[in-house]
Design a protein around this ligand. Structure first.
Ligand SMILES: *Cc1c(COP(=O)(O)O)cnc(C)c1O
Length: 409
């Protein structure tokens, strides 16, 4: 009953018949689980790319900055970093994706930290500073070149400088007084191929040793390597999925490991019927007669979300659960704005579409399996059109109220 009240309150707050609920208390407890597995002096870089894996990057980052002492965030593109700055995030923001020279003005203007993957970009970074610094300071004050992270490729091949190029990159940084936030590498497969991961770590530590001994911080671990105890005690770890409580390696197989570790999904989704209809045998419902009734009196609840909200059409073989626990099948086509559920009673009108446990009926892992993809892809696709509500200290807020609440409590 309490849950029903909360969910009804959610529809009113969201002013829509469906919403995503992000439990910030769960995010904090997931971070505590992570902290138990890393070094005492290891800093956490919160990975908030892909709209914080669908959780809403501005709210998540502001919250983590204020309530979890996070001082460094990571995004995928300059534009994602701009969104954080415009949302009021003050902390360091690293761009993990490989940036092009086209993005340099944006990166500089918003004090973002690019990760260097080649000498060419670094030269442009320095050059842009020397050109731009002049006009903005009338040539009187020499401003510092913006901070960078230097990536080292140890096998991923898609990002980072080669180990051979690293000395030249570091020399250029030194010569132009470019502050190096840290040196990083990224693992190819830290879930199944742990030997490869250890080899990558070894090559990385060897390559960065001359700079590390002079005090440049180093970082390599993502969620999986932290939970496998690899590179979890360097200067920073970068964590995404564990913080959100999603399966560790983004597959169904790791659900049990996540649960046993004490993680829980922070994200869940609810929807209520916007229309209920009873049909006769032979009548069909939805595009292309997606479902045809076998009997008189079959009853359906129309839910007003669809693939424009990020739900794959593969969801047509999925299930939702009523708050009382009844499992109802999705039937017919998932269209842009509509999903249809077959119900056994007209009183079944409020549904949990995605659960905040690892239950096999309607978890993100089950949705991922239906869509033949990973859990991360499934949640990142949840579109910005879906309202997001935040649960904190047992109370639910929309982002505006949530933000002002955070800063007045
Ligand atoms: C996305 C990303 C991460 C976060 O990985 P999780 O598995 O979600 O913890 C870490 N490092 C880099 C370079 C990334 O691109």
């Amino acid at each position: 009953m309490a849950e029903e009240c909360e969910v009804m309150n959610g529809f009113r707050l969201a002013q829509r018949s469906c919403f995503l609920r992000i439990n910030l208390d769960t995010v904090l407890s997931n971070l505590d689980v992570v902290r138990q597995r890393i070094g005492h002096n290891t800093g956490i870089i919160a990975v908030v790319k892909g709209n914080a894996y669908g959780h809403g990057s501005v709210m998540l980052s502001r919250f983590l900055e204020l309530r979890a002492g996070i001082t460094c965030f990571a995004v995928g593109t300059a534009s994602e970093g701009v969104e954080l700055r415009e949302g009021g995030v003050k902390a360091d923001v690293i761009i993990l994706g490989v940036s092009s020279c086209f993005e340099i003005p944006t990166i500089r203007a918003h004090r973002l930290i690019p990760s260097i993957s080649c000498l060419k970009f670094l030269k442009e970074w320095v050059k842009h500073h020397n050109d731009g610094g002049h006009s903005s300071n009338n040539g009187l004050i020499k401003s510092h070149v913006g901070k960078v992270v230097v990536g080292v490729d140890t096998g991923m091949r898609t990002s980072g400088c080669s180990i051979e190029d690293l000395p030249a990159v570091m020399q250029l940084c030194e010569r132009h007084e470019v502050p190096v936030h840290s040196l990083m590498t990224h693992f190819v497969d830290s879930w199944e191929d742990l030997q490869l991961t250890r080899d990558q770590l070894h090559a990385f530590l060897e390559a960065v040793q001359p700079y590390r001994s002079r005090g440049v911080p180093v970082q390599a671990a993502n969620t999986c390597s932290v939970f496998n105890g690899i590179a979890a005690e360097l200067d920073f770890i970068r964590v995404g999925v564990a913080m959100y409580g999603q399966p560790l390696d983004s597959s169904l197989a790791s659900v049990e490991v996540s649960e046993a570790a004490g993680l829980r999904p922070a994200l869940s989704m609810y929807a209520c019927a916007t229309k209920v209809i009873e049909l006769r045998a032979g009548q069909s419902i939805g595009y292309n007669r997606g479902y045809t009734c076998q009997h008189d009196g079959e009853t359906f609840a129309i839910l007003s979300f669809g693939f424009a909200d990020g739900f794959s059409r593969c969801f047509r073989t999925g299930h939702v659960r009523t708050l009382q626990g009844t499992i109802c099948p999705i039937v017919g086509r998932v269209s842009m704005d509509t999903t249809t559920v077959k119900i056994s009673s007209k009183s079944e009108t409020i549904f949990c579409v995605m659960s905040h446990d690892y239950s096999d009926v309607n978890s993100s892992a089950t949705l991922a399996k239906l869509g033949n993809t990973t859990t991360t892809e499934t949640i990142i696709r949840l579109s910005k059109r879906l309202p997001r509500l935040y649960l904190f200290n047992g109370q639910m807020f929309d982002i505006d109220t949530g933000l002002s609440k955070l800063f007045t409590d």
